[in-house]
Design a protein around this ligand. Structure first.
Ligand SMILES: [Zn+2]
Length: 127
Protein backbone atom coordinates (compact mmCIF):
# COMPACT_ATOMS: atom_id res chain seq x y z
CA UNK A 1 0.00 0.00 0.00
CA UNK A 2 1.39 3.43 -0.86
CA UNK A 3 1.41 6.35 1.54
CA UNK A 4 -1.42 8.23 -0.15
CA UNK A 5 -3.75 5.23 0.14
CA UNK A 6 -2.68 4.74 3.72
CA UNK A 7 -3.54 8.36 4.55
CA UNK A 8 -7.18 7.67 3.80
CA UNK A 9 -7.21 4.44 5.75
CA UNK A 10 -5.67 5.34 9.12
CA UNK A 11 -5.99 8.35 11.41
CA UNK A 12 -3.66 11.32 11.18
CA UNK A 13 -2.11 10.40 14.52
CA UNK A 14 -1.48 6.85 13.31
CA UNK A 15 0.05 8.16 10.10
CA UNK A 16 2.46 10.48 11.90
CA UNK A 17 3.68 7.73 14.23
CA UNK A 18 3.95 4.86 11.75
CA UNK A 19 5.19 6.74 8.67
CA UNK A 20 7.06 9.69 10.16
CA UNK A 21 8.47 8.03 13.30
CA UNK A 22 6.37 10.13 15.63
CA UNK A 23 5.64 9.34 19.26
CA UNK A 24 2.24 9.78 20.83
CA UNK A 25 1.91 11.61 24.13
CA UNK A 26 2.25 9.28 27.12
CA UNK A 27 -0.99 8.15 28.79
CA UNK A 28 -2.93 9.19 25.67
CA UNK A 29 -3.28 5.84 23.95
CA UNK A 30 -6.54 3.97 23.74
CA UNK A 31 -4.81 0.60 24.12
CA UNK A 32 -2.76 1.57 27.17
CA UNK A 33 -5.16 0.01 29.67
CA UNK A 34 -6.46 -2.80 27.49
CA UNK A 35 -6.56 -5.92 29.62
CA UNK A 36 -8.79 -8.18 27.56
CA UNK A 37 -7.32 -11.28 25.93
CA UNK A 38 -6.41 -10.86 22.31
CA UNK A 39 -3.86 -9.87 19.71
CA UNK A 40 -2.41 -6.46 18.91
CA UNK A 41 -2.04 -5.92 15.17
CA UNK A 42 -0.34 -3.34 12.92
CA UNK A 43 -2.72 -0.45 12.21
CA UNK A 44 -1.37 -0.23 8.65
CA UNK A 45 -1.38 -3.82 7.41
CA UNK A 46 -2.97 -6.01 10.09
CA UNK A 47 0.18 -8.02 10.79
CA UNK A 48 -0.08 -9.70 14.21
CA UNK A 49 2.44 -8.13 16.59
CA UNK A 50 1.85 -8.83 20.26
CA UNK A 51 -0.32 -10.97 22.50
CA UNK A 52 -2.18 -9.62 25.51
CA UNK A 53 -0.41 -12.40 27.43
CA UNK A 54 2.87 -10.47 27.31
CA UNK A 55 1.41 -7.01 27.95
CA UNK A 56 2.26 -5.41 31.27
CA UNK A 57 1.99 -2.08 33.02
CA UNK A 58 5.42 -0.46 32.76
CA UNK A 59 4.24 2.83 34.25
CA UNK A 60 5.64 4.75 31.26
CA UNK A 61 2.31 5.69 29.74
CA UNK A 62 2.78 3.60 26.61
CA UNK A 63 1.50 0.07 25.97
CA UNK A 64 4.38 -2.22 26.94
CA UNK A 65 5.13 -5.84 26.19
CA UNK A 66 7.91 -8.15 27.29
CA UNK A 67 7.89 -10.27 24.14
CA UNK A 68 6.68 -10.30 20.54
CA UNK A 69 4.05 -12.66 19.19
CA UNK A 70 6.34 -14.52 16.78
CA UNK A 71 9.39 -14.11 14.53
CA UNK A 72 7.30 -12.48 11.78
CA UNK A 73 5.92 -9.76 14.04
CA UNK A 74 8.51 -7.01 14.24
CA UNK A 75 11.91 -5.96 12.97
CA UNK A 76 14.49 -4.02 14.96
CA UNK A 77 16.98 -1.37 13.96
CA UNK A 78 19.49 0.78 15.83
CA UNK A 79 18.17 4.35 16.04
CA UNK A 80 20.64 7.14 16.84
CA UNK A 81 18.21 10.05 16.53
CA UNK A 82 17.58 12.60 19.31
CA UNK A 83 21.08 12.08 20.74
CA UNK A 84 20.23 8.63 22.09
CA UNK A 85 21.03 5.14 20.96
CA UNK A 86 17.83 3.16 20.99
CA UNK A 87 16.43 0.14 19.23
CA UNK A 88 13.67 1.12 16.85
CA UNK A 89 10.85 -1.41 16.39
CA UNK A 90 8.83 -1.67 13.19
CA UNK A 91 6.28 -3.97 11.61
CA UNK A 92 8.10 -6.83 9.92
CA UNK A 93 5.55 -6.92 7.12
CA UNK A 94 5.05 -3.29 6.07
CA UNK A 95 7.85 -1.42 7.89
CA UNK A 96 5.51 0.83 9.89
CA UNK A 97 7.24 2.39 12.88
CA UNK A 98 5.75 1.03 16.11
CA UNK A 99 7.94 2.15 18.99
CA UNK A 100 11.20 1.28 20.70
CA UNK A 101 12.75 -1.64 22.55
CA UNK A 102 14.48 -1.15 25.90
CA UNK A 103 16.48 -3.64 27.99
CA UNK A 104 14.70 -2.94 31.28
CA UNK A 105 11.64 -5.16 31.00
CA UNK A 106 10.48 -7.90 33.36
CA UNK A 107 11.62 -11.50 33.28
CA UNK A 108 11.72 -13.92 31.52
CA UNK A 109 12.99 -11.78 28.61
CA UNK A 110 14.11 -8.59 30.35
CA UNK A 111 12.80 -6.72 27.33
CA UNK A 112 10.41 -3.78 27.18
CA UNK A 113 8.70 -3.21 23.88
CA UNK A 114 7.45 0.35 24.31
CA UNK A 115 4.76 0.76 21.68
CA UNK A 116 2.57 3.57 20.42
CA UNK A 117 -1.10 2.82 20.92
CA UNK A 118 -2.04 4.52 17.63
CA UNK A 119 0.31 2.21 15.69
CA UNK A 120 -1.75 -0.82 16.70
CA UNK A 121 -5.24 -2.20 16.69
CA UNK A 122 -6.64 -4.69 19.17
CA UNK A 123 -8.37 -7.86 18.10
CA UNK A 124 -10.15 -9.37 21.06
CA UNK A 125 -10.16 -13.15 21.31
CA UNK A 126 -13.45 -14.99 20.83
CA UNK A 127 -14.89 -15.95 24.14
ZN1 LIG B 1 2.37 -3.46 9.21
Amino acid sequence: MNKEDLKGKISKASFIVTQEHGTEAPFSGELLDTKEEGIFTCVCCGNELFSSATKYDSGTGWPSFWDVLNENSVGEEIDKSHGMIRTEVHCQKCGAHLGHLFPDGPMPTGKRYCMNSVAMQFKQSDK
